[in-house]
Design a protein. Structure first.
Length: 141
């Protein structure tokens, strides 16, 4: 099984950006944590991060050609604005789990809208970095 983990804008600044919300672990720490769980589960995992919406769409589309079995995506702020990401996930028909480190429903009103959620098989939110591991286990089942 091959899983692609996609992270959107500002997630490369984990540990720097608002550590009171997102924690002190870095993006590299997150990748290492996910890799360790993937190894434990016996699945292959790859990572992609971009601050650019089109690059995220390209990564989702490439996952189709790469025969990816599942996608974990934290679209960052594009969660609340991007119909393009929604359409890309719908187009590829790859089981996708939406992840958010914080709980957007407990934050500003505009963060309560998720366009991509309609195309996802599950959403994991408010569980910190551990949410990525939960998403990985959901896809590995």
């Amino acid at each position: 099984m091959n899983i692609l983990v996609i992270n959107g804008p500002n997630l490369n600044f984990l540990g720097i950006r608002q550590p009171e919300i997102y924690g002190k672990a870095t993006y590299e720490d997150l990748k290492a944590m996910i890799q360790a769980e993937a190894d434990r589960l016996g699945v292959q995992v790859s990572f992609f991060q971009s601050n650019h919406e089109g690059a995220l769409v390209d990564a989702i589309q490439q996952a189709y050609f790469d025969k990816t079995d599942g996608i974990i995506i934290n679209p960052g702020a594009y969660t609340h604005t991007s119909v393009a990401l929604l359409d890309a996930v719908k187009a590829v028909s790859i089981p996708t789990v939406e992840v958010h480190i914080s709980d957007p429903d407990s934050r500003e009103d505009y963060r309560r809208v998720s366009y991509i959620r309609a195309a996802c098989k599950a959403t994991v939110k408010g569980r910190g970095l551990e949410g990525y591991l939960e998403a990985l286990r959901l896809l590995a089942e």
